[in-house]
Design a protein around this ligand. Structure first.
Ligand SMILES: NC(=O)c1ccc[n+]([C@@H]2O[C@H](COP(=O)([O-])OP(=O)(O)OC[C@H]3O[C@@H](n4cnc5c(N)ncnc54)[C@H](O)[C@@H]3O)[C@@H](O)[C@H]2O)c1
Ligand SMILES: [Zn+2]
Ligand SMILES: [Zn+2]
Length: 370
């Protein structure tokens, strides 16, 4: 079987993979398409430490080809989006509608693959850069068969993460103001989530000036090129508090919400500096382990500013994936437009290079067509 393996130092396209048959409660999926998320690149460059060898990819969609004993919610032939949360379904977190807090979903590594005959791990409980994968039943979420796989796959991470951060975690209200740092696959979905919520101003920030066109296409009302200006200062000028301003850390002006979709402490600090009184910064980007951000505590404590994290859009996949499909059908959520490059498995390096150059919304691997 063909796929992309993380060897410990690089990612290799190989045809020397095998995958196990689904065990009880598991499902085998033929992957049709898979989006390349920055978290895959972060495994390769060591930002996210992961076991090797392992099969990369965690944003995928495909067709169920085999089900293990006891599987009832999907059947052979169903089209599915793969959720990365192998949640247990019975713990307190799962029972209260917070599968992203389920302890079984973190560091959940198993070895359904072999690479050159040796056990190989999965990544993010998904491993969709392969012709077939095996996941838990709860992770295979059925979708209508007429949604193109190249668009559907993006729901599996970038869309849920971005739109979910706005709808589920921040719960942005109509009229709120917001800044989005990083106009990539995640940031664009935060932007369109904000548009869905009728945010009044959506300021997109990126260090690649050419991202302005994409940002505005997805709903940004303003764009700041952070390669040439102090982004927080610029945002405060775009969204001023009013004529009576206070200087310094307590100064009002800026946005109600800011979203770090980059994963760098300096960006998160900038996202905090862009907040108005009562504003909250949402950390979505994943920096290297141990990364810290320094903040004047009084700038938070005196004026109700806050900092929260958001994993996987605080998603409840069986609720949110069908919701994303429904919004797409209604023309309120753009999925097709996110796909700005497609390639066979062999084209993985080209997509990675284009991502590093900031050229893509999302690059998608056409696994079945490879
Ligand atoms: N919390 C989660 O559950 C979750 C889920 C998915 C992805 N992520 C993380 O989110 C981050 C973004 O992922 P992605 O797939 O959208 O990445 P991407 O590569 O598609 O986009 C990143 C964007 O950030 C821009 N950028 C880089 N440095 C910048 C800076 N200093 N200021 C402003 N913009 C800058 C790039 O030009 C690019 O447009 C990554 O850290 C990824 O690991 C987190
Ligand atoms: Zn991802
Ligand atoms: Zn659980």
């Amino acid at each position: 079987m063909r796929g992309i393996v993380y060897t410990g130092s690089s990612a290799e396209v190989t045809d020397r993979l095998e995958v196990a048959s689904p065990g009880p409660g598991q499902v085998k999926v033929k992957i049709e398409a898979a989006g390349v998320c920055h978290s895959d690149l972060s495994v390769i460059d060591g930002t996210i430490p992961w076991k090797a060898p392992s099969v990369l990819g965690h944003e995928g969609a495909g067709v169920v080809t085999e089900v293990g004993e006891g599987v009832r919610s999907v059947k052979v032939g169903d089209h599915v989006v793969i959720a990365t949360l192998a949640s247990c379904g019975v713990c307190r977190a799962c029972s209260t509608g917070h599968p992203t807090w389920c302890i079984h979903t973190l560091g959940n590594v198993s070895t359904p693959f072999t690479y050159d005959g040796q056990p190989a791990s999965n990544f993010a409980a998904a491993s969709v850069f392969a012709e077939y994968t095996v996941v838990q039943e709860v992770q295979a979420v059925p979708i209508d068969p007429d949604v193109p796989f190249t668009s559907a796959c993006l729901i599996g991470c970038g869309v849920l993460t971005g739109v979910g951060a706005v709808l589920n975690r921040a719960r942005v209200a109509a009229g709120d103001t917001a800044a989005v740092f990083g106009v990539g696959g995640v940031g664009l979905n935060v932007i369109q989530g904000l548009r869905l919520c009728a945010a009044s101003r959506i300021v997109a920030v990126d260090t690649v000036a050419a991202k302005e066109t994409l940002a505005r296409q997805f709903g940004a009302t303003h764009f700041v090129d952070a390669s040439s200006v102090d982004a927080a200062k610029e945002i405060r000028a775009i969204v001023p508090h009013g004529p009576r301003s206070v200087a310094g850390a307590l100064g009002p002006g800026g946005v109600k919400w800011s979203f770090d979709c980059v994963g760098h402490p300096a960006v998160l600090r900038s996202a905090l500096d862009a907040l108005d009184w009562g504003g909250t910064a949402v950390a979505i980007g994943i920096p290297p382990r141990g990364a810290e951000v320094a903040v004047d505590v009084n700038s938070l404590a005196y004026v109700d500013r806050g900092l929260i994290g958001c994993r996987y859009g605080s998603a409840r996949p069986h609720q949110d994936i069908p919701l994303m499909v429904e919004l797409y059908r209604q023309g309120r959520l753009m999925l097709d437009e996110l796909v700005t490059a497609t390639a066979p498995l062999e084209g993985f390096r080209d997509i990675v290079e284009a991502m590093h150059e900031g050229k893509l919304a999302r690059g998608v691997l056409n696994i079945a067509g490879s």
